[in-house]
Design a protein around this ligand. Structure first.
Ligand SMILES: *Cc1c(COP(=O)(O)O)cnc(C)c1O
Length: 370
């Protein structure tokens, strides 16, 4: 195996999933959101674990993401969170997933595909309660149900909406979205009292901190991996990070003062220094914006990144008191000795959020499950 790899602690994933599920009222199911290869953690493994831990369904963004899950024998309902073009309706039918729909959906084409396959396609109606990304206006929900009634092979499974500010300290926008969704749910229940639609609003932030965003189903994503959606969401369930990033020193050099390190010589040694090379780069998902900003742990000591992060390698400065040789273990994210580097720290230095750091780890980096 390559010396640069990700470790995912599956017992901590299970622990997090249990805590999340146990925190929900008994009338709420939970859909594990494992889009983007399970936020980089591996969608097949994360999907399997979620199903084993009693999660009723899974969600991904696009139908292509359903294929490896079905191939792995995962047969629970799988929701698509993004809209699907008619060119992909065959894949929706073949993988038996539940597409998100709204006014932009070509229902004639979807009906035709369902009819050809002699199946009923279940639909998750996207509702725009204030994010303005996709979805119908909740005031039009009844008309929308009547419209879908015209298609004999299409059936509404439920309605979902997405929160745009549930992770903010000021919850007024989040409550506004919840109230709109609530009013729509009441109207739909009055109109179709016999249908047991799934109503889903809460994402991770909603589930943890916006009580009125809980309906019949919640859709936790990032918190399954022990990471809070933002600094304003308290970790009230005590969830733990599950992922760490490891590598190994491949080269050590002792340089005199005045030597430029890496492309553009953006770092010049101010004095004689020891420099070590780490075999991971931005092509693996180590952000180039960490050039001259990030740090790694070697023998439990922080070593700063010097010079620009390259595509496949980068250099770090070794503190004078430390002796480092090729083969020494390096932790880029996670704990070593008494020190640790969090996803939040890396994200802040890279001027982004942990979501983007996780999704950025490329396929070139092996995932090790422990
Ligand atoms: C990504 C996503 C989620 C999960 O979001 P988290 O913030 O990771 O919990 C839920 N619903 C939709 C529609 C999404 O796109």
């Amino acid at each position: 195996m390559r010396p640069t790899y990700l470790t995912i602690n599956t017992s901590l994933v299970r622990e997090n999933l249990r805590k999340i599920k146990d925190s929900l009222p008994e009338w709420s199911t939970s859909t594990a959101v494992i889009k983007a290869n399970g936020y980089g953690h591996g969608s097949v493994m994360m999907g399997r674990i979620a199903v084993e831990e009693g999660y009723e369904s899974l969600a991904v963004a696009i139908p292509e993401e359903v294929v490896p899950l079905r191939n792995a024998g995962i047969m629970v309902p799988i929701y698509l969170l993004g809209l699907t073009r008619p060119q992909s309706f065959e894949l929706v039918a073949d993988t038996n997933c539940i597409p998100a729909v709204c006014e932009s959906t070509d229902f004639e084409a979807l009906q035709k595909v369902a009819d050809n396959h002699d199946i009923t396609i279940e639909l998750a109606v996207a509702v725009d309660t204030g994010m303005h990304r996709i979805g119908i206006n909740p005031d039009n929900a009844i008309d929308f149900i009547k419209h879908i009634d015209q298609y004999p092979n299409l059936h509404i499974d439920g309605f979902f909406s997405h929160m745009s500010n549930a992770d903010a300290a000021d919850q007024s926008h989040a409550h506004g979205q919840a109230q709109k969704f609530h009013a729509m749910v009441d109207a739909i229940r009055a109109f179709r009292p016999d249908e047991e639609y799934r109503f889903s609003l809460a994402n991770s932030a909603g589930l943890l901190s916006v009580k009125d965003s809980l309906f019949t189903d919640a859709r936790p994503g990032i918190i399954q991996y022990g990471i809070m959606p933002s600094l304003d969401v308290p970790n009230r369930l005590g969830l733990k990070p599950v992922l760490s990033l490891h590598s190994e020193v491949v080269h050590v050099q002792h340089l005199p003062a005045g030597e430029g390190i890496g492309y553009g010589s953006t770092y010049v040694t101010p004095r004689p220094m020891t420099i070590a090379t780490i075999p991971m780069g931005y092509a693996d998902g180590y952000p180039r914006s960490l050039s001259n900003r990030g740090s790694v742990l070697i023998h439990g000591t922080r070593c700063p990144v010097v010079g620009r992060v390259c595509m496949d390698q980068f250099m770090v400065a070794i503190p004078d008191e430390l002796t480092v040789v090729p083969g020494d273990k390096v932790v880029l994210l996670g704990a070593q000795g008494h020190e640790s580097i969090t996803a939040l720290e890396i994200a802040a230095l890279a001027n982004t959020i942990p979501y983007e750091i996780f999704c950025g780890f490329s396929e070139r980096v092996p995932r090790q499950y422990i």
